[in-house]
Write a protein that binds this ligand. Structure first.
Ligand code: ARG
Length: 277
């Protein structure tokens, strides 16, 4: 029995969220979405408000995007862009149903005066890009296989001047990188090996020997779709085993309930974009 008593230090973050007032499952673009299962919007708003309050109580700054009629997935704010060092790389959605969201995110980022680079390649923002400022001097991990396409990884590398490591997602239930892997601090990750190709598993094992590994059940409970400030890890309450592993590694799990958002195929991280300005 090893006791880890590492002092984890939180770093203040700036986040972007969008209320689920107009959230619905009107089409199915991932295996979790079932158009016959109705969404309780009132409950969704309640759960999302708890998430927003949790971030504020932890000391973080929260910006809000206005939900638009006809865009039922806008609550998943992570997909609209990816921002590193004050530069924003815009999204270009794979599915036409979500395509108009990109311009709404762009308008927000431009209104803040941040440098915006429009994407020429298909990519779904923080859904498929993860940034680790302290890993190897600043490393971007990028998923492909279902949504974001490989050429977007090269485009992001040119946009940011940071190395991008491509990871191949192979299980359709983990269709975005952020449901299979998460940054738990500035230099380390938690992930579910089974979501990745054998070669990508080797890459992850080489880069992150101290990673926290999640099993199938925690990953299927959206446990990896988490947001961490380096000390506090906000994650889906169903992922109890993963919460225990994070605690053993010195983090403080902060469980939240997001059952309604799960009907759209997302949880904590999908609802949050980090603004690294
Ligand atoms: N229904 C949305 C879609 O399929 C869910 C997006 C989840 N977002 C995420 N960052 N994983 O696009």
């Amino acid at each position: 029995m090893v006791t880890v008593n590492q002092q984890r230090v939180p770093r203040k973050r700036t986040y972007l969220l969008c209320s689920p007032e107009r959230f619905a499952v009107e089409y199915a673009i991932n295996p979790w979405m079932d158009v016959t299962k109705p969404v309780d919007v009132e409950l969704a708003v309640k759960q999302w408000n708890r998430l927003r309050e949790t971030l504020v109580v932890l000391g973080h700054e929260v910006h809000l995007l206005t939900p638009e009629a006809g865009l039922p997935d806008m609550v998943f704010a992570a997909n609209g862009a990816f921002m590193v060092d004050g530069t924003v790389y815009g999204a270009r959605f794979k599915h036409e149903q979500r395509a108009p969201e990109a311009a709404l995110h762009r308008a927000f980022y431009e209104s803040q005066g941040w440098r915006f680079i429009a994407a020429g390649e298909t990519n779904e923002g923080e859904g498929d890009f993860v940034y680790l400022p302290e890993a190897y001097g600043g490393l971007i991990l990028a998923g492909h296989g279902f949504r974001t396409e490989l050429p977007a990884h090269a485009e992001a590398q040119e946009a940011f001047g940071r190395p991008v490591v491509s990871l191949h997602l192979v299980d359709p239930r983990f269709y975005h990188l952020d449901v299979a892997l998460a940054a738990i601090d500035d230099g380390n990750v938690a992930y579910h090996p089974g979501a990745f190709s054998a070669a990508s598993q080797k890459v992850l094992a080489q880069l992150f020997p101290d990673a926290v590994l999640a099993d199938d059940s925690d990953a299927l409970a959206f446990g990896l779709n988490l947001v961490s400030d380096g000390a506090n890890v906000v994650l889906n309450g169903d992922a109890t085993r993963l919460a225990g592993k994070l605690k053993a590694a010195g983090y403080t799990p902060v469980p939240v309930e997001l059952s309604e958002m799960r009907k759209g195929g997302g949880s904590v991280k999908c609802c949050i974009a980090e603004l690294r300005h």
